[in-house]
Design a protein around this ligand. Structure first.
Ligand code: FES
Ligand code: FES
Length: 172
């Protein structure tokens, strides 16, 4: 007997996407296999490593622990959506590049989404707070130092961009 499929409509990186999915298909598999967004990586597949982290309505979640059907009507941001509107590297991606925050890159999408959401909440973290912010993500290559530096650099970039916008805004 063929598996019953369910209609799912999700806004992914600002675009409405529709799919037919079995009830038990994981969000990570839906993103990667049905939508072709292979930036989201699957490591442990049981909620430990953080590689599969995406933002669900702006909050970081492990896409290996969520069924795609449960995201129907919601908004998902993947690492592909963490770029600037013009397609250039977004602030966290730019900071990772500048600070050499990756080696093999397997863990990177999960760090980028996690940090992007964290900086929305806390735009000026201390080094200790930056370490805490990435405490739920595992990296086997870097030793974390450059990732912590990337969190702090991303905060700088975001604050610089904000100041520029304020300077350019017309004065009344
Ligand atoms: S693959 Fe989801 S937490 Fe590791
Ligand atoms: S850069 Fe290789 S696991 Fe993090």
């Amino acid at each position: 007997m063929s598996e019953q499929l369910h209609q799912v409509t999700v806004t992914v990186n600002g675009v409405t996407r529709r799919g037919q999915t079995p009830a038990r298909r994981l969000l990570a598999d839906f993103l990667r296999m049905d939508l072709g967004l292979t930036g989201t990586h699957l490591g442990c597949e049981h909620g430990v490593c953080g590689a599969c982290t995406v933002l669900l309505d702006g909050a970081p979640v492990r896409s290996c622990l969520i069924f795609a059907v449960s995201t129907d009507g919601h908004s998902v941001t993947t690492v592909e959506g963490c770029c600037d509107p013009d397609g250039e590297l977004g602030p966290v991606q730019q900071a990772f590049q500048e600070c050499h925050g990756l080696q093999c890159g397997f863990c990177t999408p999960g760090f980028i989404t996690t940090i992007a959401a964290y900086l929305e909440e806390n735009p000026k973290p201390t080094e200790e707070e930056a370490r805490e912010a990435i405490g739920g993500n595992l990296c086997r290559c870097t030793g974390y130092q450059n990732i912590v530096a990337a969190v702090l650099r991303a905060a700088e970039i975001l604050n610089e961009t904000q100041l520029e916008r304020e300077r350019e805004a017309p004065h009344e």
